[in-house]
Design a protein. Structure first.
Length: 366
C-alpha cells in the first residue's frame, strides 16, 4: 500500500516516456542554488544542495529512509522535508546544511510541507491511504519552534470536502490549495482560515471524452510577487494501466499527453498554458519550472522558462528517481529591514473558534 501510494502521488514521471520534447537549453549568467531530492547509489532518496546547473553538489542527508519534498524557509536558514518511516511519511526539519535534523511528526501520512513568510510556521496536508491521497486530506498548521499544531480549516462546510496541497502566498495573507468542493479537484484561494474561498482556475473542459475521465488540477505554486499561481492540470495517472490493472497503452499515452502546467492570476484572470509536464515551481526571480519524463536520461527532465526560451536544469543525475526540489531564496539585493519586513508580514492564523495549537508528542530521532 505504501509503495503504491507514493508512486501515485510523486513519481508519475517514471511511468511514461518519450512524450514531451523540450527545446534546446540556453545559458544563464548567474547560478542560483537548489536543494533536490534524488536517489543515491542504493536507490534511497536523499537531499542534495547544488547550483542550478548541477555543479557543486553536496549531500545533506545520509538516511536509510527516503527523504523527499524539501522546502527551504524564506529566510534561507531551515529546511523542512518528509521522510519515510515504516508505513508513514514523517515531517523532518533541519538547518539548511542538513545539520541538527529532528522529526516534527513521525505518525501518519504527511505530505507537501511549505512555509509561511515568518520562517517559523508551516502548512502541510495530512491524508489517508488510497490511490489518490488528495481526495482524503486536510490542511494542518505547525509552529516549528514549539511543535504545536492544529488543523487549519475548522468550519464544518470546509471540512465536508478534501483540502490538500497548501501553499501560502508570499505576503502571508492568502492560501492556495486543492479541493473537490466544486466536484473535481480544482485550485482554490482563500484567507488563511479558509474563509472567502474562490475557484481561481477554470479548465477548458471538465471531462475528457476520449479517455472517459475527469480533468483535474493539482500542485499549486505562488509566484514570488504573489500575483500568479502555477499548477498542474490533466487526467490523473490513477486511470493508467499500472493502477487499473488493465493494459491499455493507447489510453496511457492519451492520459500522459494531458499533463500540462498552467499559470493563472491570483484573481482568477489571465489563465495561460505554459507547457507539458508537472510539478511546477517558481525561481526566485519569477520564472516557472516544470518536469516531465526523459527516457534517454532514465529520469525526469526539469526545465525553466526564461526571457530567451527554455533552459534545462540538470539537477537530477541520469537513471535516478527524484522527489521534488526547492529553490534557495534569493536574499541578494534586499536590505536587512526589507528581509525583516518579509518575515513579519504574516503571523500564524487563528481559527474561528480560537482553538489553541496542540502540542504533538515527541517524535523518534533519525
Amino acid at each position: 500500500m505504501m509503495k503504491t501510494y507514493l508512486v501515485a502521488f510523486v513519481s508519475f514521471f517514471t511511468l511514461v516516456s518519450g512524450l514531451f520534447a523540450a527545446p534546446a537549453a540556453v545559458t544563464g549568467t548567474q547560478l542560483r542554488e537548489v536543494i533536490v531530492s534524488h536517489s543515491d547509489e542504493k536507490g534511497i532518496l536523499q537531499l542534495y544542495r547544488m547550483n542550478e546547473d548541477g555543479t557543486d553538489r553536496q549531500q545533506l542527508t545520509h538516511s536509510n529512509r527516503s527523504c523527499r519534498m524539501p522546502a527551504c524557509s524564506p529566510d534561507g536558514e531551515k529546511l523542512i522535508y518528509t521522510q519515510q518511516v515504516d508505513h508513514s511519511l514523517a515531517l523532518w526539519i533541519s538547518d539548511i546544511d542538513g545539520g541538527n535534523a529532528r522529526a516534527l511528526i513521525d505518525e501518519g501520512m504527511n505530505l507537501l510541507p511549505s512555509w509561511l513568510p515568518d520562517s517559523r510556521h508551516i502548512v502541510w496536508m495530512k491524508t489517508q491511504p488510497g490511490k489518490d491521497p488528495s481526495r482524503k486530506s486536510q490542511i494542518h498548521l505547525m509552529n516549528t519552534d514549539t511543535g504545536e499544531s492544529r488543523r487549519l480549516f475548522s468550519s464544518p462546510e470546509q471540512l465536508d470536502f478534501s483540502n490538500s496541497m497548501p501553499v501560502v502566498s508570499p505576503r502571508g495573507d492568502l492560501i492556495a490549495f486543492v479541493s473537490n468542493r466544486s466536484g473535481e479537484m480544482r485550485i482554490w484561494v482563500s484567507a488563511l482560515d479558509g474563509s472567502n474561498a474562490k475557484l481561481v482556475s477554470v479548465p477548458e473542459m471538465d471531462f475528457h471524452e476520449a479517455i472517459e475521465a475527469p480533468i483535474e488540477q493539482k500542485v499549486p505554486a505562488w509566484s514570488p510577487d504573489g500575483k500568479w499561481i502555477a499548477h498542474w492540470e490533466g487526467v490523473e495517472m490513477v486511470y493508467m494501466s499500472k493502477f487499473t490493472g488493465v493494459p491499455n497503452p493507447q489510453r496511457d499515452r492519451l492520459i500522459s499527453e494531458t499533463f500540462h502546467v498552467w499559470v493563472v492570476g491570483s484573481n482568477g484572470k489571465n489563465r495561460k498554458r505554459i507547457g507539458p509536464g508537472d510539478d511546477p515551481s517558481w525561481s526566485p526571480d519569477g520564472f516557472v519550472t516544470r518536469a516531465f519524463p526523459d527516457p534517454k536520461r532514465g529520469g525526469p527532465k526539469i526545465v525553466i522558462e526564461t526571457k530567451s526560451g527554455e533552459k534545462e536544469l540538470p539537477i537530477v543525475p541520469s537513471r535516478r528517481n527524484w522527489g521534488r526540489f526547492t529553490w534557495l531564496p534569493d536574499q541578494a539585493g534586499k536590505s536587512e529591514s526589507e528581509q525583516a519586513g518579509d518575515n513579519q508580514s504574516a503571523t500564524a492564523p487563528k481559527s474561528k473558534n480560537h482553538e489553541k495549537l496542540k502540542p504533538k508528542k515527541k517524535a523518534r530521532s533519525q
